[in-house]
Design a protein around this ligand. Sequence first.
Ligand SMILES: [Zn+2]
Ligand SMILES: [Zn+2]
Length: 269
Amino acid sequence: MECRSCQRELNAEALLCKRCYFILRDSLSEIPALQAEASSFLVPGRTGSGSPTSERSIGFNVSAMDYSLASDILPMLHGYEAKVRRGRNLTPPALLMRQPSIEKEVAATIQFHIAHLDWTLTQDWIGDFAGAVKEIHAKGLSVTKKFIEKPRRIPCPTDGCKAHVVIDIENLLAGVTCIKCKTSWTLYRLIQLAMDNPNRRFWLDIEAICLWLNMGKREVLKVVSAHNISKRNGLYDIAAIVKKRYAIDEEIVYNESTSIRAATKRGEQ
Ligand SMILES: [Zn+2]
Ligand SMILES: [Zn+2]
C-alpha cells in the first residue's frame, strides 16, 4: 500500500501515512483562523500616508476578499461534508440549520470534518480530500501574507476623451492622470466624476464595488438582480448600483459589520 497523498510506501493497512494525516488535521484546524484573518488583508497597508479615511481605497486584495468570503473554502468543505453525511447516514445537508455568518459556517464544517476524520481516512477519496484541503490551506497562507493586486482601468470621465485611466494603488495618493487628456484627479474624485457623468457608463468588477461601496458581495448581487443592473464582461454599472442601493430594503441580507447601511444604523456615517 502507498499513501494516497504523498505516495510513500506504507506498512500498515492505512490509506494515508501518519505525516500526511497530521498535515491534513492541522491544515483543517487552521483554516478558520486564516479565513477570519483574510479580511485584514483586503486593503494594502500604507505607512505614513496620512490618507483621509473618507476616501475609500479601491485597490485591494481580490484573493483575500474571496478567502474572507470563503467562496472557495465552503463549496469544497460542504461538498465533502455531504459525502460523509451520505456515507454515514447522518442528517443530510439540506436539513441543517444555516449558520448566521460565514465564520460560523466555516467553523461548523471544519468541526464536522475533524470529528469524522477517522472515518474519512478509510475512504477511497481521502487522497482527493487531502489535496483539496492542502490547496485551500496554502491559499489561506498566501492571502494572509502577501498582497496580490489586480490592476483596474476605468474610463476617463472627461467628455470626449476615450482613454482609460489605470488605477495604480502605489500612486493612489499622488493622484491619477489621464495620459490622453492630461487631466489629473485624486482617485476618489475620479470615481465620483465617472459615476456622475450621465454620458458615461462606469463598469467595475464586483470586488471593487463591494469595497468602494462598503457592501457585502451578496448584498451587491441582490441589488444587481432586483434591479436588472447592466452587466458587461463580468463588470457592473456601479452608478446604477449606487442609485438603487437603498431601494430594496428589508430583503437585503447585508453584512452587519461592513455595510454602509449597518454603519448608518450604528450612527457612524
Ligand atoms: Zn503521506
Ligand atoms: Zn482623458
